[in-house]
Every structure is written in structure tokens, then in C-alpha cells.
Design a binder for this molecule. Sequence first.
Ligand code: 3PG
Ligand code: MG
Length: 393
Amino acid sequence: MGWKTLDDMALSGKRVLVRVDINVPMENGHVTDASRIERIAPTIADIRAAGGCPILLAHFGRPKGQVVPEMSLQQLVPALSDTFGAPVTFVERPSREFIDAQPMNAVVLVENTRFSAMEEANDPDMAAFLATLGDIFCNDAFSAAHRAHASTTGIATLLPSCAGRLMQQELSALEAALGAPKRPVVAVVGGAKVSTKLDLLSNLIEKVDHLVIGGGMANTFLAAQGIDVGKSLCEHDLADTARAIMDKAASTGCEIVLPSDVVVAREFKAGAENDVVAANACPADAMILDAGPNAVARIEAVLANAKTLIWNGPLGAFEITPFDAATNAAAQAAARLTREGALTSVAGGGDTVAALNQAGAADDFTYISTAGGAFLEWMEGKALPGVAALMAQ
Ligand code: 3PG
Ligand code: MG
């Protein structure tokens, strides 16, 4: 593994600085999705059970080094104490003296680390200051591990450091999906643009047996084969790149699965009149908004033969019905195979979790990452600075 866990640390009587990601969506002062808070609860509970005192370090939003009252972490105190089942003490300007004055069974929450510009600059003075606040550093923020900031990497070099329970889970799930997976491995990659996922596709074709491409990205690949995609979302300027990816896939033995049929419409709106046509028969005045039933059957067959699935991005315009059909059907097939014990399924990044929730499939997946950008960077094969700092311990 290369990194320590809470089990390797003597926690009793220690102030444990825990970097968490509680960058949760909020509306009217209420948390609308508490998943990230729920998923760090075991770390907090385990530290407290071992006689340690958790001091939470986190960012919220992108205040860019300014104090932005709407981005104060104070507003999360009720949600955190509800989930942890313990009072949470908020501190705007922490000092070691203040921390030491708290009882050992307290949970302390420090104000938004990004209120100081030194955080994102990974300023050594900020890391050194944060390190004075505790005895041990525990990083439980996989979803912020792609950021090399004072509270994610700088501090890890200054204190005995370990991974929290959520970080452990995320790293094990990702290792099972791409590190040493059971084969065949299939990756489903969807979403609007190839341009944002070039590194991802290049890395995946070296690692997986089947790469299912969906969403607007598929149109770019179809067009690169000389197919007219009408008014579809398509990056025509990436035709050469798409062809290079297909050539490389052919040489690595990775099958690229593109839709053989598609659902087309003339308007991008829910309930728009639509037709199923062959992928090479999109009318000039129409746009492709989803994969068709034959394409879905092909994806289901690939999944049925696979042992491991890694999924990022929807297959169609899943936010408007009925163009969520392919995403729903493929997600439900993956969920069923996972339930039956035939498939290890891991998903994460951006819209993916929303799409799988909408399909009613998320609960059956083996693992759903809490990470957006960090999940993508990890799928790109990049070293995440927050993880690398734990490895260096
Ligand atoms: C996230 O919500 O993706 C993480 O908290 C990282 O936030 P950032 O993209 O602002 O660094
Ligand atoms: Mg982000």
C-alpha cells in the first residue's frame, strides 16, 4: 500500500488534524446532499473511540484567498453535529492554546482554509502553522487530493500522517478497478466533450479491454470516421485526435464501442419528438441525443462478459427524458450484474453520480466515489499530490 492508516497511529490523547472534503451542495442554508459528510463520519468516530480529538480542516467553495462570509464553514456546524452525533466547536482563528483548552471528546472545525491565499499556494508557512495545531495529520479528503495545497500536501510532510477511512476506501476501490483489476475490464466514458477527456481516453485504452464511448463524445468519434452527425454536439476539430485514439486502441487490443444506432431529435428539450436511426443516418437538421436500443444491447453484452467496470459520464442527454434511456438501461444492467456478484463496478466524477442515482442504480454499484476532479485525474493515470504526500511518509 505504501501509506499508513488510523490503525497504525497511537491516537489516544492526541489532537488529530483531519483534512476532510465537506464541499457539499447547499440551498437556502441547507445541505442538499450530505454524502460527503456521511462518508467521513467513520473516521471521526474511530479517532474519538481511540481517545483522540479530531480537528477538522477543510475548504468550502472557491473564495480565492478572501474572507467570503457566504463561504464560512460555520454554516455546516448543524449538519456535521447531526451526522457525527456530537457537538462541533467552530473556530475562526485557531491557536494551539485554543485547541488544548478543548476537552478530548470535542470535535473542532476550523474556518475555511481557502480564506487565506497561502492555502492554494501551498505556502510552507501556512503548512507549518497548521501543523502546530495538532500532533497527527489524517487525510480523509480523496476528492481534494488532486490539489497540492497547504492543508492537503504541505502539512503531510510536517507531521506523522495517515489516510482516513474514506481515503482508504477510495484508494482500495480504485486499485480494484484499474490497478490490478479482474479482467475483462470495461470502461464507460460519456459526457459532452472529448477535449476535456483526452488524457483519460489515452490512459484507459492502455488499461481496459473495452472502452464504451457515449454522449457528445461519441459524436466526435463517429464524425472522425466520416459519418455525418447533422446538428449534433461534435468537436470536428478533434477528428485527427479521435482517429489517433482509435488507432492506438487497435494496437493495444482495446475494443472501442461506439453506438450502432442513435436517438435523434430536432430540439434539445424534454419530450422532444424523436426517432431511432442507424448511427450513420442522422438527418442533416437533427441532433443525436442518446444511444439507441441496439447500442444498449451491445453495451449490456459487453457488461455481461466483463468482471470489472469503471464508469464516468452519461451516455446521452440524461438530464432530459426520454434521452436518459440508454444511461438508465446500461446503469441498471451494471447494477444487476453487481448484485449477482458477477461484476465489480466503480463510478465517480461530475455528473456520473447524479445519473446513476436517477437510474436507481447507485446503491447497487460496488463503489461510488465522492470525488469529481480527483476521480478523473486518477483515471488519467496522474499521481494525486494529496495521495503522493501520504506515500512519502
Ligand atoms: C470538489 O468539490 O470537487 C472538491 O472539493 C475540490 O474542489 P475544487 O475543485 O474547488 O478544488
Ligand atoms: Mg471540482
